[in-house]
Design a protein around this ligand. Structure first.
Ligand SMILES: NC(=O)c1ccc[n+]([C@@H]2O[C@H](COP(=O)([O-])OP(=O)(O)OC[C@H]3O[C@@H](n4cnc5c(N)ncnc54)[C@H](OP(=O)(O)O)[C@@H]3O)[C@@H](O)[C@H]2O)c1
Length: 306
């Protein structure tokens, strides 16, 4: 693991959302590094291989704080309702109330909060965004608004926390990005807002897991964008993602310039969903802070199997 020398200090880690895509990758990376990991998910039981052999406990973070939290040095908080699905109340319950319960359950542990680049302004392109450019005042989805509120809570309450903002996380077991693309395929074509030359920052799930461990080990605190080394054109990313799933699909682009003003008026409608697509307009992140202060070592975007 890159930066593995830097991650020695943490021995006992808790991971929420461990049954999910990102949380599972964090568990596997941490147990591989020799850390003692307690994995939390909402479901009653979890696959041992998914967790890298970590001990598993069921906890609905939206319901209450943990009665008997394990004594851990750091918590990587990944639990959230996935983007684009679920009713707003459930999204807020998990993301904001759940984050509150994590904070009060582990008041003395280092908190690594996995947020999202969806906290940047959805109404205009995100161009090599620096961390101070978000949160903003208006969002198109409960997911983004709740992630922004959870960030604010963590930064206000926790002692020297780390907030990570990945964008378009991809890799084996992705339950969100690739399935969403495949759901929208019609007759071998994928309608995509915008045009294929627009740039996007993507985040490999393994790189995000490494960033979580670096953050857990400290000492840096603050907000960090996490992405692959360079942005890639949307068309290249879409074709690579779809090919990695064995899908013979051609992206077909729909001009997006007029969509943002319409989305302001009808944020919950089809156009609003279009504009909030990660592919609608430039969504690129400046990752200098993560490289300089976390010791994050980004790699180029690739959809080839590791
Ligand atoms: N995937 C992306 O492209 C992406 C991009 C940016 C940021 N993120 C952030 O990364 C984090 C992880 O996302 P992911 O892609 O790994 O999502 P995921 O695969 O859908 O996993 C979500 C996890 O949250 C847990 N969870 C949901 N509601 C819960 C509740 N009420 N109590 C306890 N646990 C609950 C789920 O547990 P069960 O499965 O047991 O119900 C699951 O472990 C999230 O914070 C997300 O906002 C993801």
């Amino acid at each position: 693991m890159s930066g593995s020398g830097d991650i020695e200090p943490v021995r006992r880690l808790a991971v929420t959302g461990a049954t999910g895509f990102v949380g599972g990758a964090v568990c596997r990376a941490a147990t591989a590094a020799g850390w003692q990991v307690t994995a939390f998910g909402r479901r009653a039981a979890a696959d041992d291989r998914h967790l890298g052999g970590a001990a598993y406990r069921s906890w609905d973070v939206g319901a209450a704080k943990l009665a008997d939290p394990p004594d851990v040095d750091a918590v990587v908080h990944c639990a959230a309702s996935p983007t684009g699905t679920g009713v707003a109340a459930e999204v807020w319950r998990t993301s904001l109330l759940g984050t509150h319960h994590v904070l009060v359950s582990f008041p003395d542990s280092r908190i690594v909060h996995v947020s999202s680049a969806s906290v940047y302004d959805p109404f205009r392109p995100t161009v090599r965004a620096k961390e101070h450019e978000a949160p903003v005042s208006r969002y198109l989805s409960a997911y983004a608004a709740a992630k922004a509120a959870a960030e604010r809570l963590v930064l206000a309450v926790a002692d020297r926390p780390v907030v990570l903002r990945p964008h378009a996380v991809y890799g084996p077991g992705d339950p969100t990005l690739l399935p969403r693309l495949l759901r929208n395929v019609r007759a071998g074509r994928l309608p995509v807002p915008g045009h294929g030359r627009v740039l996007i920052s993507m985040t490999a799930v393994g790189a995000l897991a490494r960033a979580c461990l670096l953050a857990a080990a400290g000492p840096a605190a603050g907000v960090f964008n996490i992405a692959d080394s360079e942005p890639v054109p949307v068309d290249w990313a879409l074709r690579g993602l779809l090919a990695s799933a064995g899908a013979e699909v051609r992206p077909v682009y729909v001009p997006a310039a007029w969509l943002a003003p319409v989305a302001r008026v009808f944020p919950r409608g089809r156009v609003g969903r279009y504009v909030s697509s990660p592919f609608a307009m430039e969504r690129t992140l400046d990752i200098t802070a993560a490289i300089d202060r976390l010791g994050y070592e980004p790699a180029p975007t690739t959809f080839a199997s590791p």
